[in-house]
Write a protein that binds this ligand. Structure first.
Ligand SMILES: *[C@@H]1O[C@H](CO)[C@@H](O)[C@H](O)[C@H]1NC(C)=O
Ligand SMILES: *[C@@H]1O[C@H](CO)[C@@H](O)[C@H](O)[C@H]1NC(C)=O
Length: 187
């Protein structure tokens, strides 16, 4: 009995860990209408999305005309990246994925090509303190013969739009596959 229970708990912990990992949403910066370019209004782009730890941004751009500098808050606002220590990281492959680890922080990105930041090619992202709720499984009845797995409703409508709204299809599919797997493990 004890072994069964321990095994059950192990499965549940593994399933919900996989589920939480799969829930990291992937956003292509500027998509669907734009990209990492001079036209996109990034203030508008971020205003309809919520970001959480585990989520990632994909920057796609031609390397001849753009790059990405992660910069300090000051450099983001002044667009002066010549100040020492203004640049935290440089990306220039044309297809860069940046995953958010820490929560409750603001990350700042600008294009390092002359004049691009000044005309608005800069992105400020608040990484939210709470991630979407993971799946929860509960035993029902004696010996937990019937087990029910549910996903609590997101804390706010914006949180659910972060999952369904702008996330790339691939991560949604992965989430769906893992969710199905978790349910199989549960029943
Ligand atoms: C970008 O969008 C924001 C929010 O919708 C708006 O306030 C701002 O004026 C826009 N900026 C430009 C340059 O159009
Ligand atoms: C940027 O900062 C550096 C170092 O403080 C300064 O020398 C330079 O003039 C600044 N550039 C602009 C465009 O303000």
């Amino acid at each position: 009995m004890a072994i069964t229970k321990a095994l059950f708990q192990l499965i549940m912990v593994t399933a919900s860990a996989l589920f939480s990992m799969a829930l990291g949403a992937s956003y292509t910066v500027g998509a669907p209408a734009g990209s990492w370019d001079l036209k996109t209004n990034y203030t508008q782009w971020t205003s309809t999305r919520r970001f959480f730890p585990g989520d990632s941004l994909r920057f796609q751009y031609p390397t001849a005309t753009h790059n990405i500098l992660e910069v300090t808050k000051t450099a983001y606002y002044t667009c002066n990246t010549s100040v020492s220590n203004a640049v935290i990281a440089t990306y220039q492959t044309g297809n860069d994925v940046i995953t958010f680890a820490a929560s409750g922080v603001t990350r700042y990105f600008v294009c390092g090509f002359p004049g691009h930041c000044a005309v608005g090619m800069k992105l400020r992202v608040n990484v939210g303190a709470q991630s979407p709720a993971p799946v929860q499984c509960r035993g029902r009845g004696r010996g937990a013969k019937r087990i029910r797995c549910t996903r609590p409703a997101p804390a706010s409508p914006a949180a659910s739009s972060a999952i369904g709204g702008g996330a790339d299809r691939s991560s949604l599919w992965l989430a769906a596959v893992v969710a199905a797997g978790s349910l199989l493990l549960c029943f």
